[in-house]
Ligand binder design. Structure first.
Ligand code: TPP
Length: 277
């Protein structure tokens, strides 16, 4: 278990929120609510759980993380830069964010950004990729862990359940799915678009060990992640209950922030609420 100061991590998460909000405004990048929803999960993973980076990058037995909800890439890019995967100033040219020729688009690209393990953005593909990685590393005798962060809307994809069945059958005990369960998807409430309940029981029925956590409790998440494998011999699904837009009162649980970009005044209000100014 890593020795962690969770007060510092909560501050890290607040700073990440602030910079992601600024980026959205400057570069016109959407999916702000989606990014804010999963920042505590990313913080718990990168500062509380995963191998030291970047020293282990390139090693075949490294832990892996796949952002299957690829539209939260702006949050991942900030995390990777702060973990030393690439210089922060690579992110500076935000005016080009999303334009042809830049590495930093709305989704993670396959190549070019150190620490990005897979191109994602087409929902429903991160778990199959993670299963392939874990199967390959198990064949080679590595005890690494593979974490896949998915969204709740993504669980509407058939590919997720085909993959879930495969991982359960293969007893991939070092494979972990974290579901950012914010109860929204792009166009409405997840339960109304295509009901997911009972979500944990669905994963269990596919041969997984499943549990539910507060997706904004960095300590609880880190402690849970550090218990992988959990002794059940099964892959693990962690249903992380979250709030879309978490951290900024006028964005929380308001799905307009799936696509909306903040004004400069809204950036200032948000940063003030986050205690950054
Ligand atoms: C296969 C596929 N279909 C549609 C989209 C367009 N799309 C982007 S985000 C999104 C849904 C967002 O809701 P959810 O997946 O629950 O993630 P959240 O933003 O709420 O975390 C959709 C449909 C996509 N990226 N991939």
């Amino acid at each position: 278990m890593i020795d962690i100061d969770y007060q510092v991590l909560n501050q890290t998460a607040a700073e990440l929120r602030g910079i992601v909000i600024e980026t959205s405004c400057k570069a016109g990048v959407p999916h702000l609510g989606s990014c804010l929803s999963c920042i505590d999960i990313l913080t718990a993973l990168y500062w509380g759980t995963l191998d030291d980076m970047p020293s282990r990058i390139g090693r075949p037995d490294r832990d892996r993380f796949i952002l299957s909800k690829g539209h939260a890439a702006p949050a991942l890019f900030q995390v990777l830069a702060r973990k030393g995967m690439f210089p922060l100033d690579m992110l500076d040219n935000l005016a080009r964010y999303g334009e042809n020729g830049t590495l930093f688009g709305e989704h993670p690209p396959a190549h070019g950004i150190p620490g990005v393990e897979a191109a994602t953005g087409s929902l429903g593909h991160g778990l199959p990729i993670g299963i392939g990685m874990k199967l390959a590393s198990r064949m080679r005798g590595y005890n690494n862990r593979v974490f896949v962060l998915m969204s709740d809307g993504e669980c509407n994809e058939g590919s997720v359940w085909e993959a879930a069945m495969m991982a359960g059958a293969q007893k991939l005990e070092r494979l972990v799915v974290v579901i950012d369960f914010n109860k929204w998807q792009a166009t409405g409430r997840s339960e109304e678009v295509l009901a997911l309940s009972p979500l944990a029981d669905k994963w269990r029925a596919f041969g997984w060990s499943a549990c539910e956590e507060d997706g904004h409790d960095i300590k609880a998440l880190s402690e849970r992640f550090c218990t992988v494998p959990d002794g059940s011999g099964k892959p693990i699904a962690i249903i992380a209950h979250t709030v879309k837009g978490k951290g900024v009162s006028f964005m929380e649980d308001d799905n307009n922030w799936h696509y909306r970009v903040p004004t400069q005044d809204e950036v200032i209000s948000a940063r003030r609420e986050l205690g950054l100014i």
